[in-house]
Design a protein around this ligand. Structure first.
Ligand SMILES: [Zn+2]
Length: 197
């Protein structure tokens, strides 16, 4: 008997070898509604120090689930072959759930953007996704791009969302400090404008 796969893939999808045989992908074989669950990733969790020594193939199929934690599928199944796209139709729901960001038609490949889960440079590559919005190179710092933060709001893994929130709070605090400094400057240069301050 074959081993139970560690990841779940909705029965509305199937794994296929890409037409150019460059790798595996998952395709919709039934229509999928926006918000529907597509996959739940499973496997073994590794901390960064151990994770970086794993074989390349395992590192490519894993998903980052925390700042320093990575979920590696064991055994690998078709649900683990969700590719990256810079114009994805799926996004994360929590650490390991994948949901449809919009309605998906039969025959469409299901992809998410690795910026939704990655904050470490363990799987950087030149992207050939062909999307108009393709950023050319996918890297561990892509989550910092304001346009992606806006486009994927609600679809980032929790550990990435925390970083985004912290970044925004920092930016706001900086802007507040700049405004306060500008005000002080104003009082210094125009003291007669605010005699009581
Ligand atoms: Zn791309």
């Amino acid at each position: 008997m074959s081993e139970q796969p560690s990841s779940y893939l909705s029965s509305k999808l199937e794994g296929r070898l890409k037409a150019d045989k460059s790798g595996n992908s998952i395709f919709a074989i039934e229509p999928i509604k926006k918000g529907e669950l597509i996959a739940v990733f499973g496997g073994v969790v590794y901390e960064w120090e151990d994770f970086i020594h794993l074989p390349e193939r395992e590192k490519m199929l894993c998903i980052q689930v925390e700042d320093r934690h990575f979920l590696v599928p064991r055994p690998i199944s078709e649900g683990d072959y969700v590719n990256h796209s810079c114009n994805p139709n799926a996004g994360l729901s929590g650490q390991i759930g994948l949901v449809a960001m919009r309605d998906i038609k039969i025959g469409e490949e299901v992809c998410f953007d690795y910026a939704m889960s990655d904050t470490m440079a363990y799987d950087e590559f030149e992207c050939l996704c062909g999307a108009v919005t393709c950023r050319g190179k996918v890297g561990g710092n892509d989550w910092q791009r304001p346009e992606l933060q806006k486009r994927y709001a609600g679809f980032f893994a929790p550990h990435v969302q925390r970083k985004i929130d912290a970044m925004k709070a920092e930016r706001k605090a900086f802007e507040r400090a700049m405004r306060a400094a500008a005000k002080t400057q104003k009082y210094v240069t125009q003291p007669t404008m605010s005699p009581n301050k």
